[in-house]
Design a protein around this ligand. Sequence first.
Ligand code: G3P
Ligand code: MG
Length: 233
Amino acid sequence: MKVFAHRGASGNHPENTLSAFRRALDIGVYGIEVDVQSCLDDYVIIHDAWLDRTTNGTGKVCDTSLKTIKSLDAGLGQQVSTLDEFIQFTQNQVVLNLELKHTSHLNKLAKQLLTAVESNLVSRDNLLISSFNHHQLLEMKRYLPWIKLGALTSSIPLGYAQFASDLEAYSVHVDKDFVNAEFVADAHSRGLEIYAYTVDKYDDIKRMHQLGIDGIFSNFPCKTKSFIELTKL
Ligand code: G3P
Ligand code: MG
């Protein structure tokens, strides 16, 4: 079972920061999941639409300049990273699951990703774009036909197979509480990988393994990986 560090190793480090990413790389995770938001003049790695919870700033990310965001403390004196900084930092060592949140001007985002790929900062294979907003995913596919898409859903909607097929999705990302054997069999028969979030408890890790889930997002990837290795899951 693949382990993604959710917002980096966010259980022990400030979420979506370089220290959380460094820890995830040190552990040797399969991938790192981060949240991408538009600020006034760039893309930044931050979960909320507002700066307030994870920084000492206030206000909407989308109304704030990168210069102002860079002046803020995102935890332990760290700055909020731009998307480019995140990509450069990870040096193509792991899969980067970029979850689009309030992310605008997707043509610009696609261009940035293409430049990163062409500069060999990240390989196509190591990019996985996900979002709860499937319109955004469709648009990304139009700009980058080769891009791997992860269709995020909280539960399992009736039409999940249809939207996964419309998106030519690579994976479906589902809340761990909603996955069941029938869904796993169906998604696998359609060639989809299934990733579940957010899985930290041993019982849940075991259950995901028993269900045949392909990967999990964990806030404590070190503990989660050790448990998987020790119990030979
Ligand atoms: O990508 C999986 C998970 O991160 C989705 O929810 O709110 O943690 O971004 P959230
Ligand atoms: Mg996320």
